[in-house]
Every structure is written in structure tokens, then in C-alpha cells.
Design a binder for this molecule. Sequence first.
Ligand SMILES: [Zn+2]
Length: 685
Amino acid sequence: MKSAWVERDAEELVTSGAKSGIGRDLALRIYTTRLLGRDPRLVLHGGGNTSLKMQARDRLDDSVEVLRVKATSADMATIEAEGLPAVRLEVLRRLRALDAIADEDLVAIERANLLDPAAPNPSVEVMLHAFLPHKFVDHTHARAVLSLVDQPDGEEKCADAFGRRLAFVPYLMPGFGLAKRAIEVFERLKPSDGLILSKHGIVTFGEDARQAYERMIEMVTRAEEFIARNRKPAKPAVAPGNVAAEAQVAPIVRGACGRRNPEAEGAWRRLVLEFRCNETVQEIVNGENLSRLAQAGVVTPDHTIRTKNWPLVLPHAEGGKLDEFARQAREAAGNFVSRYRDYFARHNKRVGGGKRELDPLPRVVLVPGLGLFGLGPTKRDAIIAADIAEEWMAVVHDADLTGSFESISEAEMFDVEYWPLEQAKLGARRTPPLGGQIAAITGAAGAIGAATARAFATAGAEVALLDVNFSGAEEQAKKIGASAFPVACDVTDEESVRTVFDIVVKHFGGLDILISNAGAAWQGRIGDVREEVLRQSFELNFYGHQRAAQAAVKIMRAQGTGGCLLFNVSKQAVSPGLNFGPYGVPKAALLALMRQYALDYGSDGIRANAVNADRIRSGLLTEDFIKERATARGVSEKDYMSGNLLGREVTADDVAQAFLHLALELKTSASVTTVDGGNIAAALR
Ligand SMILES: [Zn+2]
């Protein structure tokens, strides 16, 4: 690999840093940290860390020597000065005299010695940085280096690849013990460029930012060259024939990896999926060593918190035999969970008890012929799991082709997985009400659809925003952020609906909630209206819902974890408006449709409910239309909009809350929630 150092960029950062009081060394520390963080061959998702030793002024304006070290929560690719908290170095150095220190004591000492008491916690590898004498220290989990050190003869391979320029530190769990071992090795062997941390990664150091960074690049390049020289060609993998499509397989995988929530009948713990199938993935999932590799363990310790120690391996999903695949997948997932529980119990006992078991569900699923799925409680977690799983495969593959892959022991993996300082990287998390659930909203660019998408995303769901107006859906999705996925969808077109639901499944792995909301109003006196107009309205206001519900139910049944259908029915279904027949009649049929779904799919745990809303400012009820109606009735616009029993205007957000409420009511089906401020003529009886 090549150095990405660009003198002009570095100097620009120094100049802009100077304006906000950031000195040259710190500016360049930020610069090379970003260079390292941006390259997935070096670090992934919060892995790796860097530091700088410098003089700083404390609150009394005394000059003190500090370690600026990456915060545990910071991402190297986008780091700013705040992501490198300053800790008094002299105190950290004194800790070397201790044989050991409890994690909570170490964290307490670090926090007590931060120059800024509000700064984030320093990296779990802070002591390694503190003990090494060099001004700049860089640490990565570079892919090529891992391929060498994750081997039984990793030390010899490293001696061959790096000469004496890097000293080899035998494996120890990250933290205080490793830092002490690393400094002992450093002082004994006095390597010129850095350290190799067995089964973990690489450290380089230097007197300036560029030197430490370019040593990293040079050493990783040496590892890459070693692999290129010694790598045997991979045996061609043979993919099984007649493989079912990803969109058919994903909901089955997702369902198999869901678990009933014992706290509430009808509730499930669900995960979101991210699919990958590059060349290396294909070689591994279709290769003859799959079952051995699947038990081989992590490539660097901190991956365990994202992927667990092992993936779940499923049999090949044969087209036309998906029932059999679903049965096998559920059984395999059940075995995975039992095995995880045994693993936890065994090692919890070994360490004297007191650990709390993490969720036992797999985070990586391998399907021969298809590829890999990353799983997580959110789409973002699923992406991280998939990225790390791909990295795992690349390292294992290269290690095997240049020797044989070997990870740390099961006990060592457990110690990292259940290390509170590693778990802290995931942050304190409470599962939101719709956490792990996937919702699709039709008509999501409109006022009610957009408000509903926002409400469901706020409640923790991943949301697919479907609309015939794609740019509108995209605009709404942008406002929501990473959990939103816009898709162009015309619910009056059967082909479009089929394709779009496949796209949603490919993106998230399945579907739990459909909010069938798309609609438009047609007017006309029912005895005079042209049949064509009525048919047009039925296409959208009845068949549009039927198509979306049909597609959703198919996915939900493949998952086997229940589901929820929500329909925007409108007041017209109950209390028809004069000359609104072309709109109201299909809406009345829609009410019957909702009840039919509730009846036919209740035994699958699928609930169907509706919201009757009235008089909401939206594409159906435009400002001009409101003005016209208010004038015709001789009332103000405000009085027109709040012309209900409560005298309050009903908003799109009120409707969204009603949908959300129905999505959370696990024991409610075939129900209609009215959101109209009170209207006796439209009251259900
Ligand atoms: Zn590390």
C-alpha cells in the first residue's frame, strides 16, 4: 500500500488548526489518524488508535506533559481534537510500578487525570501508548499483518517479513497487562520501528507524525508483499446449483435468527440484515473448508463484540425447497443459541461468575451459494457486522493460503467479549419500542406518510419510504437519517410492488410492519360518475393496499415472527361525504379488506388494523381546498379545520401517533382507531 500523506493537505490542517489554538503536532496527529482511519485495510469501525505526547496548559496555566490519545468512542476516519482527550502522562507512567490494576480503578485514574473533566474516556489501549517513550504512536489491526500473526508460526513469519524492525509481543488480552508486556519487550529488543502484537495487530512509532504513519504503511506493505510471495493459489470453489434468490432467503434467515421475547406474548427480538457476496466471500462459503473455518475464531480480539466468535453456517438454500431450508435454518439457529449459552455458562463459571449473558443470537450468517449476512439490532450494526465478517474472511483466507489460520483460544475470546471496557464501545443502549423492526410506509412523501415514517424511526424502527414521487421520499428519508431507505413505488402497478418489496427485503432482510397509506381523492356524484374514474380510484384506494398487503404478508410468513398491517382507511369508509363516492366506496372496501387480513392471518401472528383520520392538511386537503371549503361554509379556515367535537385541528403527526400506537398493541387486531377530533356521524358502532 502507498502512503496517503499529501504535504499540502497536512499543511492546510496545520494552518486551520492554528486558528483554533491547535498546535502543529496535534494537527498532524489528527491528519495521520484520519489517513489511517480511512483505509479499511488498516482499521474498521472504531478499531485501532493513535496518540501524541506533548506539553499542554492545565486550568492553572501550568505546563504539564500529557498523552493525547484516541477516545474509545471516537472514529479515526473522522477524528477531531476532542476525539483525542489529554491525560496527565506522569501519573500514567507511575502505574507501571503496579503488577496489576482493576479496570474500574484504571478508568477512574484516567478520568481523574483528564485535563478536561468532560472529555470522553481514553482508548482501552491507553497504557500501551503511555508506556512507550515515543512522541507519536500508531496502532492498527491491519489486514495483511493479521494474516501473518494469526498463524501457529506467526512469530517466524513476522521475523521473515519485518526483520528486526518490529519486535514480537506474545498474545495477551488488550489492557494494562498487554501494555506492561509490550514495554518489557520493547526495552529488551529495542526495535527501530514498532511492535507486532500477536493475534491482535501492529504498533509503529516515530518522532513526528509522518514518520510513525509512514512506518505503518511500510510495514503493512511488507506484510502484503510477504503474502503475495508465499500465497498458494486458492482452490476454485464450486457453488451449489439451483440457489434460491436472496430476497427469498433473507426473510427465512432473519426469522430463524429472531427469538420470542419472554417478557410479552407476541413480542419478538428481531435483528436487521446486511448482505454481502464478494469474491472472497464466495470462495469461503462455497469452499471445502467452510465448516472448519466457521469454527476458527476471530482475527483480532475486539471483533468479538460485533460478530461474536463464530458465524452461523446454514445449508444451501435450494430453489423450490425453501420449506426444508426454513426448517434447517431454525434448527441451526436454535443450536447456535444453545451452544452460545453453554459457552457463556462454562466461561462465566471459570471467571468466578458475575457476568451477564449477552444476547445469544448470531451476528454473522453464512449461506453456501449465496454469501454472508451481517446481523444487528440496527441497520448500522448489521453493516458493521458485515464489514467485519468480510475482513475476517479476507484474513482467514490469506492466512490459510500462506500457512494455516489460528485464532486465540475460546477462553481468551470470552475474556474480551465480556470485558466491560470492550462492551463500553457499544455505548449504553436501551432497546427502543420498535428496535430491530422494519417498517415500510407507502405514500411516504405525503404529509401523513412522512410524519408516520418519522414517528416509527423515532420509535427505533428501520423505515422504508415508498412513494411514486421518489424525490419526495428521498427528501423525507434524508430528514430521518441513516435508518431511512427511500424507494420509488407505484402501488397501482403490480410489477412495481413486487420489485419494491424485494428491494426492501434485500436492503433490510425482511419486513415487520406495513403502513399502507398511499391514496388520492376522486369526487363525483355516484350515479353520474364515469366508470373509468371509479376504477381509477379503486386501483389506488383499494387494489394498491391489497397489493402492498399481499407482498408484506408473504415476507412476514417467510419470517414466521408475526407482523403488523396498518391501513389508512379514512372517515369516508364509515361516514360517506356528499359526492365523495368515488373516494369513499373503495375506502369502505378497504375497511373490509383490513378485517379480512385480520381474520385470515391471525393464526400467523399477523395483526391488521386501520386508522380513520379526517381533515388533515395534506396533498388531499390542500391549502386552496381548505380556503374554498371554509368560504363555502362561511367559517374561518381555523374553524373549518377544527370543526369537530373537541374543537381541535388534527395533524399528520396525530395520525402518525395512532399508527404507532396500533403497531405497539400486541393484542389488538381488526380494530379501527379514529383520529378526527370527535365526529359522531363517523363514530363506529
Ligand atoms: Zn488493538
